[in-house]
Design a protein around this ligand. Structure first.
Ligand SMILES: C[S@@+](CC[C@H](N)C(=O)[O-])C[C@H]1O[C@@H](n2cnc3c(N)ncnc32)[C@H](O)[C@@H]1O
Length: 487
């Protein structure tokens, strides 16, 4: 196996200097969760283009020179085939390019039986003008997103895309689905302060790609890493990274960018107490809270708890509510998980996750609210306490390790809105009506945990003989709203 050009084990950030076609075969098969590839466009020639108002030669580098259509296509076919071997069965690949290369890449993906999920038009609002004035100004690139297998269960954080904040994207409207046209500016000057790469991608673009299609702790690989924009974002969001490039100068640039980011990253290795203070407004909206919590993904809640003076384990006893309290502190909202803002309210829910067969799974059912039989008999679903509690939530998943919870990374954050999930609404309503009918016809004591597809009525408290019951969300449903499982 090739020796890394640069490796930071603790940060899971590794760079290799190699031709990816030779190198990819050295990696274990089925080992990578997501590949972002920005291959050469093969557009370098003797002509000119406009950059920052100046005429510049269209020769980006030797590696970008075209070898003719057939050779270029063979190149794309070969590296894409090598990528398929190392992708996990549920893994996905993103390929970016302009019309010079993207159709060949798309065909090569189809050739190797990838299943294309989307082609994204990355619109560049600040694209350079066209100098010849004889055709349209090129102002977009295409990103193809594909999964390894047609039947694979790929990762897609739907709610995060719908409700997240995308400043500067004029096409993204709050609380509406993310479409396949994204408006993102080309890299800011600050992103080029350690040197220039001729085809550097903006961090904002990679942030969106990584957040939507991977989970914290996943392995992301970039076979044409260049200045490692992918790697910086992978690191910043708690993913592992492997980058490959044939040119040493770009790997040097990658190292400089990585070191600078590492130095400035709060709460990773350089623990800073930013973000954990109570400075955030109590009337925080669900969208803002989701965004803030998503930025906390990958962080150890145990460390945040210590910074906030929250006791986790003392005298052999675990403080059961410590993790929820820690997140509330991080948001500055006090220890009542029902928040109001603009007359709106939402619930903050936190569930423990355990690793099974290499995947994170929800450990247990999630308590929603106590069942008061008189109240249930009186109220239809839409007026019920259950509906109120489930209407809008932010649901978070955290790692649960040992009895003392010595570490507990935040792994998932998703925003859930029952009003826009009609199928879920209908099923939960059915589950509620079943409970209501059973109380009416057979009595409260006849409720059993076997009832309900998404929501079950279950004994709460001291187990056998206990008279109190609560509505619980089943594990499979919690996994759906958390984004671990497809609907
Ligand atoms: C389009 S650029 C990628 C830019 C990168 N996305 C960024 O944000 O900086 C393509 C990169 O692929 C590298 N490259 C070209 N052929 C390669 C090969 N066969 N194996 C590995 N890297 C290669 C080039 O050196 C170049 O840095």
């Amino acid at each position: 196996m090739e020796k890394p050009f640069f490796i930071k084990e603790k940060q899971n950030f590794t760079l290799y200097k190699a031709n990816c076609i030779d190198f990819l075969g050295q990696l274990p098969e089925n080992s990578v969760d997501m590949i972002f590839a920005d291959p050469p466009y093969f557009l370098s020639s003797g002509s000119f283009t406009c950059q920052s108002g100046k005429m510049v030669s269209v020769k980006k580098a030797e590696w970008d020179l075209s070898n003719g259509t057939t050779e270029n296509f063979n190149f794309h076919r070969t590296w894409i085939e090598a990528c398929k071997k190392i992708l996990k069965p549920n893994g996905t690949i993103w390929i970016s390019g302009t019309y010079h290369s993207i159709y060949q890449c798309g065909f090569a993906l189809q050739f190797h039986n990838f299943h294309i999920l989307n082609d994204i038009a990355w619109f560049k609002p600040n694209a350079s003008p066209n100098l010849s004035c004889r055709f349209f100004t090129a102002s977009h690139e295409t990103l193809i997103w594909a999964r390894k297998d047609k039947n694979a269960k790929h990762t897609f954080h739907y709610e995060g895309m719908k409700n997240g904040r995308f400043p500067g994207d004029e096409f993204k409207k709050p609380n509406l689905q993310m479409r396949s046209v994204w408006s993102v500016n080309t890299p800011k000057p600050a992103e080029k302060k350690f040197g220039k790469h001729p085809t550097q991608k903006p961090l904002e673009l990679l942030k969106r790609i990584i957040l939507v299609s991977t989970n914290p702790g996943d392995t992301v690989l970039d076979p044409f890493t260049g200045s490692s924009t992918t790697g910086l974002m992978a690191y910043a969001t708690g993913r592992k990274f492997i980058g490959i490039d044939i040119e040493e100068q770009y790997l040097d640039l990658s190292v400089k960018r990585f070191e600078a980011l590492k130095k400035n990253t709060p709460n990773n290795e350089n623990k800073s107490k930013q973000q954990t203070s109570n400075s955030i407004n109590k009337n925080i909206t669900r969208f803002e809270a989701t965004r803030l919590l998503q930025e906390t993904i990958g962080k150890d809640l145990r460390e945040l708890a210590e910074e906030n003076g929250i006791i986790v384990f003392k005298d052999g006893k675990l403080n059961k509510g410590w993790a929820g309290l820690t997140l509330e502190k991080a948001l500055g909202i006090g220890n009542n998980s029902r928040q109001t803002s603009d007359g709106d309210s939402w619930e903050l829910k936190l569930v423990p996750l355990v690793k099974k067969d290499e995947a994170w799974r929800v450990k247990e059912t999630m308590a929603i609210t106590m069942i008061n039989p008189d109240d249930v008999l009186e109220k239809p679903f839409e007026e019920s306490h259950l509906f109120q509690k489930m209407k809008k939530m932010i649901i978070c998943g955290r790692e649960r390790k040992d009895k003392e919870e010595s570490s507990s990374r935040l792994l998932y954050v998703n925003s859930f809105d029952l009003v826009s999930s009609r199928n879920h609404w209908n099923q939960i309503k059915k589950d509620y009506e079943l409970v209501r009918n059973t109380i009416k016809t057979e009595g409260f004591d006849s409720l059993t945990g076997r009832m309900g597809k998404f929501i079950q009525p279950r004994t709460k408290g001291s187990g056998h003989g206990s008279k109190t019951r609560a509505f619980y969300a089943r594990v499979s449903f919690v996994e759906i709203i958390l984004g671990i499982q497809e609907t």
